[in-house]
Ligand binder design. Structure first.
Ligand code: PHE
Ligand code: NA
Length: 503
């Protein structure tokens, strides 16, 4: 029996969901610091270059593949060419790894939204609270532990339960609805947070530090590489997400127009986050009598140490804390469901399963692995290693190979350009093909090589070799081997064109 393929309710819901996927933790805790380190206001130059010469062109590429071949990543790549199915599975498996740890950060943020109400960490105790009291973190040298922390385990179960419900409900009623509700909420909450931050004493020092251009930085190739690296990560291009989402669009849809909206919405959100985060850091610097440079940070330290400190000291600190962590939760959930959809759709297409069965069989094991690995006292280390290897390494590698194969292996760019132009207002031509075929692979290849050198020259962050072997290199190798195996499984009835009235 053939299951009818799902679809988004409308193009606007698709755009909102694509923005929901793109706007994630990276916008809030990664961009502000990357920009600050990369020359402040001057960073806008490499950033816009990366957005226009690589981010948006590759976004168009993802859309064209997903929409032209109307399938999950493995099916779309198989229809592109029988030999390229394995690329789709590679992307799916990267999504499996990301899904496993993304949920942990959402669970922490959920708890911190609640902690903000009473400033439960205690003034002056923010760092100890996070690492020792909340996560009950062990030592990295102790290796992987199976001592579970109830304060993390229960929230993770809760997060996975909510995610499971959204995924079971499907593309229209689950993913579309969730984005329809969460994205407007996220925007409003985040805007209020930014306004509150900008009004704090010292905020202007933070904004000056953030925007003052250091033109010297533009001479440093590492700054350009970090701009390109950030754009790939931020737009979630080339790992199956946009392929999957665009396969749920109607035949007649303006693809490039949608891509431009998504790309610029994501960037606007990043700039806004830069303003909010650095205004708050300016306040923190003033309150502690330090310079902005001494308190500037990104990632987990910014979110779970600096922001609680800011909330402890600011007037109306509980509100700023709740808005900040609530934003992390919504931004994270809308990204996590897009990651999971890549996997669910692939399993549905491959095995011919219905929505509910595929969702349960995919989500429950991933949830279990996620909780087993990240709710114990070694969760943070495993998360740090997995993130470093899959995000900076796995994503670059898969994007690099995909672009090369599509451009030169199967020479599909002219055909895909025709597909985009057949239905879009913004036309692509020679420039797009040059950007995707040359600028994209050059930027990705450069970053991939520098990552390989960085990761092989010394143990990442000094973690024990065994942990790096399993969660770093071992995971990268497992992803590659498994994708070849998965590509050999025979296809079920959902892969037939007749399951999709729009095909
Ligand atoms: N694009 C998201 C961000 O900027 C991150 C993300 C990565 C989302 C991978 C989905 C998958 O935060
Ligand atoms: Na983003």
């Amino acid at each position: 029996k053939v299951v009818k393929r799902e679809a988004f309710g409308s193009r606007n819901v698709f755009i909102l969901s694509a923005i929901g996927s793109a706007v994630g933790l990276g916008n809030i805790w990664r961009f502000p610091y990357v920009a600050y380190e990369g020359g402040g206001g001057a960073f806008l130059v490499p950033y816009l270059c990366a957005l226009l010469t690589a981010g948006i062109p590759l976004l168009f590429l993802d859309y064209s593949i997903g929409h032209r071949f109307r399938g999950s990543a493995p099916l779309a790549f198989r229809r592109l060419n029988r030999k390229t199915e394995v690329l789709g599975w590679w992307q799916v498996l990267i999504c499996v790894v990301i899904a496993v740890y993304y949920a942990a950060i959402i669970a922490w943020s959920t708890m911190y939204t609640a902690f903000s109400a009473t400033l439960a960490w205690g003034k002056g105790n923010e760092e100890t609270f996070f690492f020792s009291e909340f996560l009950q973190m062990g030592k990295p040298t102790d290796g992987v532990s199976f001592d579970y922390v109830p304060g993390v385990l229960w929230p993770m179960l809760g997060v996975w339960a909510v995610i499971l419900v959204i995924m079971v409900l499907g593309v229209k009623k689950g993913i579309g609805m969730a984005n329809n509700i969460f994205m407007p909420l996220l925007t409003v909450m985040f805007l209020i947070m930014v306004i509150q931050a900008v009004l704090l004493p010292g905020a202007m020092d933070g904004l000056n530090a953030f925007f003052t251009p250091n033109w010297e930085a533009l001479k440093d190739p590492a700054v350009w590489a970090s701009a390109y690296g950030h754009i790939f990560f931020s737009l979630s291009v080339a790992f199956g997400i946009m392929v999957t989402y665009s396969s749920y669009l109607k035949r007649k849809t303006d693809l490039t127009g949608s891509g431009l909206v998504v790309g610029f919405a994501n960037s606007s959100f990043e700039i806004l986050a830069g303003i909010g985060v650095f205004a708050a850091l300016g306040f923190m610097a003033q309150a502690s009598g330090q310079g902005v440079n001494d308190v500037a940070s990104g990632g987990i330290g910014l979110a779970f140490v600096a922001f609680p400190t800011i909330a402890s000291n600011a007037a109306g600190g509980s509100i700023i804390g709740m808005l900040f962590f609530g934003s992390l939760v919504f931004a994270g959930v809308t990204s996590l469901i897009s990651i999971l959809e890549v996997i669910v759709a692939a399993v549905q297409d491959k095995l011919g399963w219905a929505r509910v069965k595929a969702t349960l069989v995919v989500t429950i094991p991933i949830a279990i692995v996620s909780i087993v690995l990240f709710a114990s006292t070694s969760g943070l280390f495993v998360l740090d290693i997995t993130d470093a290897f899959i995000n900076q390494f796995g994503i670059m590698a898969v994007a690099f190979v995909t672009v090369l194969v599509v451009a030169y292996g199967v020479r599909a760019l002219p055909k895909l350009a025709t597909h985009l132009n057949g239905r879009s207002t913004f036309k692509v031509g020679l420039i797009w093909r040059l950007l995707v075929g040359i600028v994209g692979p050059l930027a990705l290849g450069y970053m991939l090589v520098s990552e390989i050198i960085a990761k092989t020259s010394k143990p990442y962050e000094g973690y024990p070799g065994g942990m790096l072997a399993v969660f770093g290199w071992g995971m990268v190798a497992a992803v590659i081997v498994l994708s070849v195996v998965l590509a050999m499984i025979p296809w079920g009835p959902n892969s037939k064109a007749k399951n999709d009235p729009e095909y």
